[in-house]
Design a protein around this ligand. Sequence first.
Ligand code: KIV
Ligand code: ZN
Length: 502
Amino acid sequence: MADKLFVFDTTLRDGEQVPGCQLNTVEKIEVARALEALGVDILEAGFPISSPGDFNSVREISKAVTWPVICALTRAVEKDIDVAADALAYAKHKRIHTGIGVSEFHIYDKLKSNPEEILERAVAAVKYAKKYVEDVEFYAEDAGRADNEYLARVVEAVIKAGATVVNIPDTTGYCLPSQYGAKIKYLVDHVDGIDKAIIATHCHNDLGMATANALTGVINGARQVEVTINGIGERAGNTSLEEVVMALRCHKHLGIDTNINSQRILETSRLVSNLMNMPVQPNKAIVGRNAFAHSSGIHQDGVLKNRENYEIIDPKDIGMTDTEIVLTARSGRAALHHRLGVLGVHLEQEALDKVYEEFLKLADKKKEIRDEDLLVLVGEKMKDAMQRKISLKYLQVLTGTLIPTATLILEIGGTAFTATETGNGPVDAAINAIKSILKEQIVLQEFLLQAMTKGSNDVGRVHIQVGLEGAVSHGFAANTDIVRAAVEAYIDGVNKLLGGNN
Ligand code: KIV
Ligand code: ZN
C-alpha cells in the first residue's frame, strides 16, 4: 500500500495574500467546500489576527466544513495564538500553525534578535498553542536559506515542546531541488524525535521550482505538502496542488499517494480562478487551457491513434471530458478528418484532400481554425445556419447606479421574441432575459472573459460552457462590447447545445 502524503491546502491563506485575489467570507466558504470535496486533509483558512474579515472567515469555514482539519496561522506571539484559538472555536478538527523566522536575514535583520532568543520564542509559542489545541504545527520561516545545523536544533526543540508537524518553508523560493531535498534529509538524519512529528514542505515558486522542491522533500521523508490550487500565492506563487498530486499518480513507483479525488481538480481550479479573478496561464501544467490541446500535425495524429502516444495523464482523471484538438497550419489530414467527424461531416478521401488544401490556405492567414471555419470550408455553412434557430436581433442594457436591466430581441425560426429582465450585473440580466424566452433549464457552467491584447478599447473574447440534461457545449464570441460578446457567446453555446453540435 502507498504511503499517505497529507495535503495541506493554503489557497485561502497564502493564496489569498495575492493582491486583487481577496475573497469575501461567502466566497471563501464556497472554496472551502470545494476543497473538502476535493479531499484535502488540512485546510488553512486564514490568519485570524490579521483582520476581522480573516477572523470571521476562519470561524465560518470552521462551521461549514467538517472533514478536513481547519488550520489558523499565527506569528509566535501570544495574542495571535489567543485570537486563532478563538476563531477555531467551532472547528471539528483544529490546528494552530505558529512559527518564526530562522534564517540569518530573519533573525538579525527582520526580528533584530539572535539565534538563542529565537529558539526560546519558538518553543514558547508551541507550548502556548498547546494550551488550546493538541495539533500544533510549527513553521521555521525562511528555512530554505537557514543554516541546517541551527534549523535542526529549532526543529528538535519544538518537537520536544509538542509540535505535531514541522513545516520547513522555502519562503523565498531560493532552493534548488537537490538543496531542499538534502535539507529534509538532514533533519530526518539529525533531529532526535523526528519520528514524533510530520515534516511538511512549503515551497514558493520564485525560480519555478516549487513543485520539484516539494517532491524532492517528499522523496526525502516529508509527509505533508503545503500547496495551493493553480499554484497561486505570494509573488510567483506556491507549489500547486494539482502538480504534486498528478506527479505522484504518474510515478506510482514512488509508493506515495494522497487522498485527493483527482476528478475534481479541474472544477476546483476553475472555481478558484473565477472567484479570485486570477486567470490560469494557458500552458499551466495539468489545468491550463492548452495542457491537453495538441496542435501539431504529428501530435494530433498520434493522439488520435492512441492517447498515450503524447499524453501522460488521461484528461478524464482531472475531470476533463474531452481532449481539445486545436487546428492550426501544422495540423494534418488525420486531425481535420477527426474534427469534421465530430462535427458530423464525413468526406471521401478526394473531397477531404480538397478541403485540406483550402484549410491550409486559411490556416496560413488565421492562427487557429475553429469549427465555424471548417463548416464554411466544407460548404456546410448553410446547413448550419438552418440548424441555428436562435439569433440576436437587438440588445440594450442599463447598468451603473440602476439595477442592471437587459432588453433583447431573439429571432427564433423566423419569429421575434422580446424579453426584459434584471440581474446582479449586465451579463446576468441579459442571460436571464434569454432564459425567460427559451424556458429551458440551461446551466451556465463556465464563463471566461479575456482581453485579446491591452487597452480599454480592446476586443474581449468570451468563452462559455453551457449544459442541459448532461449534454454540454461551448460558445465563443468576441466584441469590443463585452456584454454583447457574453450574450453572443451564450447564444452560440445554446445553438450548439440545442442543435446537437457541441
Ligand atoms: O512562506 C512561508 O514561510 C509562509 C509561512 C507563514 C508558513 O507562508
Ligand atoms: Zn508561504
